[in-house]
Design a protein around this ligand. Structure first.
Ligand code: SAM
Length: 396
């Protein structure tokens, strides 16, 4: 299929009349990205395509679109790409799919765990056997005996507030069995995903529930009265099979490339060298990245490092918070630039509504090689978005 000469006429507030570009495999280093219409609406790039294979092993708020990453990886075809805010690992997964070596880092222990589960190489038969075995032991008949044998009991803490007793017992039993297996990290992600769905919360507020919902409530998502879930077994079963399927799908696609995941504060980490940075940094006052997966930190005993998050929502977006944000992002890129090859590029995807990036660019002494504006208009559920996202291409 020929590369359609689609030119976006988009200016803020104006809908493009051209069909958005979806022939991603046709991108080469000669493609002028600016000439492409990247203003995908839900029908152009439906959620199931944006969350293909391992990208949906666990929900994650603030992820970028894998297809956008693919475009820039194909355009610049780096030897090694670095994402210093790798989050749920989109850049690393897409790099692996294209056979490109990658390095990623994140301050959040859970995000690093998720990224490593997405990118690891598995003995698929053994993985399937283990996932089905722990699932059967947790929710099959044998679980009554195991609950006693393993001494699973509930104490008064975060978990007992956010889960109904029966659901929590199932989750704690699953957790107690994880050490019996080789693929522990995959099982931790299945447990975390099940826990997320089994929380005492409303169906329409799974992202940031403020308090446990114990009573029936009017559900905006289903337009009827719903009850908070009392059990977790159904989620463990569903996500066990879904995980097997997604990892199998990705195993058919993954290329031969190295993936290096580092857990820590990207302002201070020592990276291996690379020739492209492709990243979407946290934005000021928008999301608390540790808090969004609090249930996983509590269940899995992960390292809580929220105070070193740049731009955390808890810190708001006051003048002071913006200054701290600009300092934090500048310090991260200053560090990252030390490991970038001299002809390398930095591609930053950001919704810069406070116009902070011109100052960051200036402080870093970088040159703006390209700037692409993208209209984000995905109307799904109650989290309907409609905003502009910039893609900045910097060179030193
Ligand atoms: C917008 S998200 C990145 C999402 C990612 N592009 C994806 O597709 O999943 C920003 C990430 O920056 C991380 N972060 C915030 N402060 C950091 C720091 N000081 N060092 C490293 N990572 C940090 C957050 O934990 C979060 O995962």
């Amino acid at each position: 299929m020929a590369l359609a000469p689609v030119r976006s006429t988009m200016t803020p507030g104006v809908q493009s009349s051209f069909t958005p570009f979806t022939d991603f495999h046709l991108i080469t280093n000669r493609t002028a990205i600016k000439s492409l219409n990247l203003n995908w609406a839900e029908r152009d790039l439906p959620e199931r395509i944006r969350t293909k294979h391992v990208h949906r092993l666990h929900p994650y708020l603030g992820k970028f679109i894998p297809q956008l990453v693919e475009i820039f990886l194909r355009k610049y075809s780096p030897r090694v790409v670095c994402d210093p805010f790798c989050g749920s690992g989109t850049t690393l997964v897409q790099s692996l799919e294209l056979g490109i070596n990658s390095v990623g880092s994140d301050i959040s222990d859970f995000n690093c765990l998720l990224t490593s589960v997405k990118t690891a190489d598995y003995d698929l038969d053994e993985l399937e056997r283990e996932i089905k075995d722990i699932c059967q032991r947790t929710i099959g008949e044998v679980h009554h005996r195991l609950l006693e044998e393993r001494g699973v009991y509930i104490v008064d803490n975060y978990l007992s507030r956010w889960f109904a007793p029966a659901a929590l017992k199932t989750l704690l039993l699953y957790r107690s069995l994880i050490d019996d297996y080789v693929y522990k990290d995959v099982l931790k992600i299945i447990l975390a995903r099940s826990a997320r769905s089994a929380r005492l919360t409303t169906h329409f507020d799974l992202d940031f529930p403020k308090r446990p919902q114990r009573d029936p409530y009017y559900c905006y998502k289903h337009s009827r009265t719903c009850e908070p879930t009392q059990t977790a077994a159904q989620f463990i079963k569903r996500y066990s099979y879904d995980t097997i399927k997604r990892i199998q799908e990705f195993s058919e696609l993954r290329g031969d490339a190295s993936v290096n995941i580092m857990h820590g504060d990207s302002r201070f980490l020592e990276f291996p060298s690379f020739d492209l940075v492709l990243t979407s940094p946290p934005y000021v006052g928008l999301i608390d990245y540790h808090e969004q997966h609090r249930y996983a930190y509590e269940l899995l005993g992960l390292d809580w490092n929220a105070s070193n998050e740049i731009g955390a929502a808890t810190n708001g977006n006051s003048r002071l918070a913006k200054k701290a944000y600009v300092d934090g992002i500048t310090a991260t890129f200053e560090n990252v630039l030390k490991f970038l090859s001299p002809k390398g590029r930095i591609v930053v995807v950001v919704n810069d509504k406070h116009n902070l990036y011109p100052e960051i660019q200036e402080r870093l002494g970088l040159r703006l090689e390209d700037r692409i504006e993208r209209h984000v208009n995905r109307r799904t559920g109650r989290r309907a978005d409609d905003f502009f996202e910039s893609i900045l291409v910097w060179k030193s």
